[in-house]
Design a protein around this ligand. Structure first.
Ligand SMILES: Nc1ncnc2c1ncn2[C@@H]1O[C@H](COP(=O)(O)OP(=O)(O)OP(=O)(O)O)[C@@H](O)[C@H]1O
Ligand SMILES: NC(=O)c1ccc[n+]([C@@H]2O[C@H](COP(=O)(O)O)[C@@H](O)[C@H]2O)c1
Length: 168
């Protein structure tokens, strides 16, 4: 029985994340998705709340046929305590999937196996470039699963991010 943890901010959840999860789902029996910086929303780098990100991910993954646990994870001030904090909030896991250098370092120092999945179409599929497209009025919905585009429209997410960009 292998349980994996995939951590990210998912601002928003996009097709690159989706490709990674499709591939991880073939390697593990169960998957935990940790939504990082759960307490932050309504700023340019983090426009969406943890609850909105839960909705995006759970709808996009409705056809994945392994158990998935989506857990919001607030940041803590001390990096040295973060792995313990994550472990206290999640079911036990064997492997962490991430490409974030600090996350890799913290889990490896804690003796936990880390795997870095390949990047998919990174020039187009990054939260940063998708948020920029939203603000500029360019096509963004082709970069996210259709269920995520629906959630972003339901919550008036484009109006929100443009409003934040105006006042930032
Ligand atoms: N296109 C992609 N293909 C594969 N993995 C990706 C892709 N984009 C991000 N990831 C990985 O997904 C995890 C979560 O990333 P994150 O939510 O920060 O997305 P991001 O696109 O890098 O966002 P941002 O541009 O806002 O930093 C990280 O390990 C990141 O490296
Ligand atoms: N001290 C901490 O709270 C701490 C340390 C390392 C990573 N994190 C979080 O892990 C997440 C990593 O996600 P990304 O790979 O999307 O950046 C971020 O939300 C980041 O804030 C938090």
């Amino acid at each position: 029985m292998k349980r994996g943890l995939y951590v990210g901010r998912f601002q928003p959840y996009h097709n690159g994340h989706n490709a990674v999860i499709d591939s991880i789902a073939n390697e593990v029996d169960e998957l935990i998705i940790g939504i990082g910086s759960a307490e932050i929303s309504h700023d340019l780098r983090h426009p969406f709340t943890a609850g909105e990100r839960v909705l995006m991910i759970s709808r996009a993954l409705k056809n994945i046929d392994i158990p998935i646990y989506i857990i919001p994870l607030e940041d803590v001030k001390r990096n040295a305590l973060w792995v313990s904090h994550v472990k206290s909030m999640t079911p036990p896991f064997d492997t962490v999937y991430t490409s974030n250098p600090l996350v890799i370092q913290l889990f490896r120092e804690a003796g936990i196996t880390v795997t870095s999945p390949p990047m998919y179409q990174r020039e187009m599929l990054s939260g940063t470039s998708i948020r920029a497209r939203m603000i500029a009025g360019e096509n963004w919905d082709e970069c996210v699963p259709p269920e995520v585009a629906d959630v972003i429209r339901e919550i008036h997410g484009i109006d929100r991010i443009r409003q934040i960009a105006k006042t930032d």
